[in-house]
Ligand binder design. Structure first.
Ligand code: NI
Length: 154
């Protein structure tokens, strides 16, 4: 017989996979442009984000992790720990910075929202796993109309 911690009247469900999401925000400058292309070609491809003298966005980042709720706490993970990891690994490096010039994990990458989501995934996979859950999705919103989700390699 398996002894479990009290579940306060609720049946404890084995193998209950739950997704939990933490939102963080950062503001950063960037430019989308290929240096070997003309200003006109960059403008035609990347639009306003190709402005040669940079521009900024107020980004939102949603980090979704998954796991089984602890029978003791009912939590998948302590979200304050998730927040601390996101801030240390990602937000402090991005907030009020130039993504193209200042951010080590974006070096050599075009600063599209897609590439940003992939790079943030790479930064967070291991420390999130060390908490006993696993990274499920990185969602980055560049503007209120445009966002990207990354779920890891297919
Ligand atoms: Ni932009």
């Amino acid at each position: 017989m398996v002894t479990r911690a009290p579940t306060f009247g609720l049946p404890y469900q084995d193998n209950a996979l739950v997704h939990i999401t933490r939102r963080e925000r950062f503001s950063a400058a960037h430019k989308l442009a290929r240096p070997e292309w003309s200003v006109e070609q960059n403008l035609a491809t990347f639009g306003k984000c190709s402005n040669p003298n940079w521009h900024g966005h107020n980004y939102e980042l949603w980090v979704t992790v998954k796991g089984e709720p602890s029978p003791e706490t009912g939590f998948v993970v302590d979200l304050s720990m998730v927040s601390r990891i996101i801030n240390e690994r990602v937000i402090h490096k991005l907030d009020h910075k130039n993504i193209d010039l200042d951010v080590d994990f974006m070096k050599g990458r075009l600063s599209s929202t897609e590439n940003l989501a992939i790079a943030i995934w790479e930064q967070l996979t291991e420390p999130i796993a060390a908490l006993g859950c696993s990274l499920h999705c990185i969602k980055v919103q560049e503007t209120e109309n445009n966002s990207v989700e990354y779920h890891g390699e297919r």
